[in-house]
Design a binder for this molecule. Structure first.
Ligand code: BDP
Length: 589
């Protein structure tokens, strides 16, 4: 799916701003053809949760309505007019002038509607009902329960099966854009390290396609006619973290006296697996970085472009070269920034909490081995894999797809559930990047049912925190032993740690490193680093987490998850300086 772009044939209009907003009671249907009564102002894009006070507001379960009007001019109606949401979390039902445009399920990927039929010249009323429930049919998963307390009316509660606050609302930009009636629907472009490339332009309607390729200095290096083709560039400049060269594929569609044009940035680079290592452009590359979150004060998980720039700057400051979009697709703008800045990304679908007996914040008490009989996520899981790859396939920054985080991969039925999904991801990706499923400690080398489905084993471990706490020699010994057992099972696969970390309260110090102190976080990382450096097949280290982040309240969390290397407001803890020392200039042979 193409990102909305202003070109000589396309207009883009921003619908961001302050909209009308109201939380809805169960069964309440707001007006969709007139103003919502008793509405309050709400910023779009943003998570709604932290913009007003009170638990009932912040933890509302169910529907909420967003509304605004906008003007359409006559020239806009002569074109194909599209209304596009970069995301609405987790489900949206969209009405224009009282008529249903459609529904969308899934909170982290874009969707759009052609509105030429429903839009009228002058004022138009846009009403969006967003639903924020997570249950066993959504991704991420959660539990929707009705609780009874003596003397009180039944309470509907929604418990996430995951360890981040369930921020919701219209969290990413909303735009209107136009294209000509005959238009460029999609572009796929693949560039290799030897300079060879292929492209395919998907056109809706009729017309002649012409393409031009511009090098990073905007000099034309290739020209051709036709909707698909291939070629080879001499002296190609490769995309790599130290020099992320970006080329442009400029596509033109001429039909009669109308023309559509669109410019897709891309890179020349190859990702492969050789000798138990991830290789970029034929050489082993060691992934140094983090699991992250889209999370900040006030906006919550809402789009925050300044924070994206700040975070990428901090990644470079600390010597990192990569992160995982734990635990959902990040904004399109962040992906474009990573292309430009040379940050390698493990791109994850929002499949977290797929376990009925376990979550990071405790045991769920579901029946053992019951996950794959209970969840109703399989079709939606296919949809989000399809949509994520359709959105991100051309990004040179994407080096791997993650189809889930910490599912019940040790339970009966896991292989049957995941095999078709990993096959699908490989089929859909024109660049054939590696595919992984990030697994948790219950999925030991002996119990894991999905290791063979993965190209890289990405595992999360918290030895020295959730177990062996305080005993770092013991934790390191257990970690190393487990790596060796995974390696014995899959001797040809690279292994990386996708998460490891220790909750650390900024400013808490102790000469003898004890839990929660900044000194313990450093000692913990040092102990893990020693293990990574001693095993040649370890292909990367992603610390959990880049920054402290908000979670659902839980006695295991002190005002959020404090495993950040930076605080929530992006100040470095001691460990940031340790990692900067370790990572700057570090490349494992
Ligand atoms: C892992 C989860 C991650 C949690 C982390 C933790 O993948 O989402 O935040 O543990 O416990 O299990 O901090």
């Amino acid at each position: 799916m193409l990102y909305p772009q202003l070109t000589d044939s396309r207009m883009v209009f921003d619908l961001n701003g302050v909209w009308d907003f109201k939380l809805l009671d169960e069964g309440q249907c707001p007006a969709v053809d007139g103003p919502v009564q008793d509405a309050i102002p709400m910023a779009v894009p943003s998570a709604y949760n932290d913009l007003y006070e009170g638990r009932a507001f912040k933890e509302h379960v169910g529907d909420m309505v967003y509304q605004r009007s906008f003007s359409v001019s006559a020239p806009m109606l002569e074109k194909r007019l599209v209304l596009r949401f970069s995301s609405a979390t987790h489900q949206a039902t969209v009405y224009l002038n009282g008529k249903l445009l459609g529904k969308h399920k899934g909170g982290f990927l874009p969707f759009e509607f052609e509105i030429g039929q429903q839009a009228r010249r002058g004022e138009n009323l846009l009403t969006v009902i967003v639903n924020n429930i997570v249950d066993y049919s959504t991704l991420p998963c959660g539990r929707l329960v009705t609780e009874k307390y003596p003397g009180l009316a039944p309470m509907v509660r929604n418990y996430p099966n995951f360890d981040y606050f369930n921020y919701t609302g219209i969290m990413r930009p909303v735009k209107l854009y136009t294209t000509p009636r005959n238009y460029i629907r999609d572009i796929t472009v693949v560039g290799h390290m030897d300079g060879s490339f292929s492209y395919k332009v998907d056109v809706q309607g009729e017309g002649e396609v012409a393409v031009e390729m511009l090098d990073p200095d905007k000099k034309c290096v290739f020209k051709a006619q036709g909707a698909s083709g291939e070629g080879k560039i001499e002296n190609v400049r490769l995309w790599a973290p130290e020099n992320p060269a970006l080329y442009d594929l400029v596509v033109r569609l001429a039909s009669g006296d109308e023309q559509d044009s669109y410019t897709e940035p891309f890179g020349f680079r190859d990702i492969s697996i050789q000798n138990c290592r991830i290789c970029l452009n034929g050489k082993p590359v060691y992934l140094k970085g983090f699991g992250k979150h889209e999370d900040s004060y006030v906006n919550g998980r809402g789009f925050n472009e300044a924070l994206n720039v700040k975070d990428v700057g901090l990644l470079k400051w600390i010597g990192a070269n990569s992160f995982r979009t734990s635990h959902y697709p990040y904004s399109e703008e962040m992906m474009r920034l990573c292309d430009r800045e040379g940050i390698m990304v493990i791109d994850e679908v929002p499949a977290v909490g797929l376990h009925t007996a376990f979550t990071a914040t405790g045991m769920l008490g579901g029946e053992p081995n019951g996950t794959w009989r209970t969840l109703q996520t399989a079709q939606h899981h296919r949809d989000v894999i399809n949509d994520l790859i359709a959105r991100d396939k051309n990004h040179p920054c994407v080096v791997m797809w993650s189809v889930a985080n910490e599912p019940a991969s040790e339970e009966e039925g896991a292989r049957e559930y995941f095999e078709p999904l990993t096959v699908l991801a490989r089929q859909q990706d024109p660049q054939h990047r590696p595919v992984t499923i990030v697994t948790y400690e219950g999925s030991s080398p002996e119990k894991c049912k999905v290791a063979e489905l993965c190209d890289v084993l990405v595992i999360n471990r918290y030895r020295g925190w959730y177990d062996t706490e305080g005993n770092l020699p013991g934790a390191a010994a257990k970690l190393k032993d487990e790596f060796e057992r995974f390696h014995a099972r899959c001797p040809e696969k690279p292994i990386m740690l996708g998460e490891y970390g220790a909750d650390t309260i900024a400013g808490m110090h102790d000469a003898t490193p004890t839990l929660f102190s900044e000194e313990y976080q450093v000692a913990y990382l040092e102990a893990y680093s020693e293990v990574f450096d001693s095993l040649p097949y370890i292909t990367g280290e992603h610390v959990w987490n880049f920054a402290d982040f908000a979670t659902a309240e839980n006695i295991r969390r002190v005002q959020g998850n404090k495993k950040g290397i930076f605080t929530r407001d992006r100040r470095p803890k001691m460990a940031a300086h340790y990692l900067k020392g370790r990572w700057t200039g570090f490349e494992k042979e």
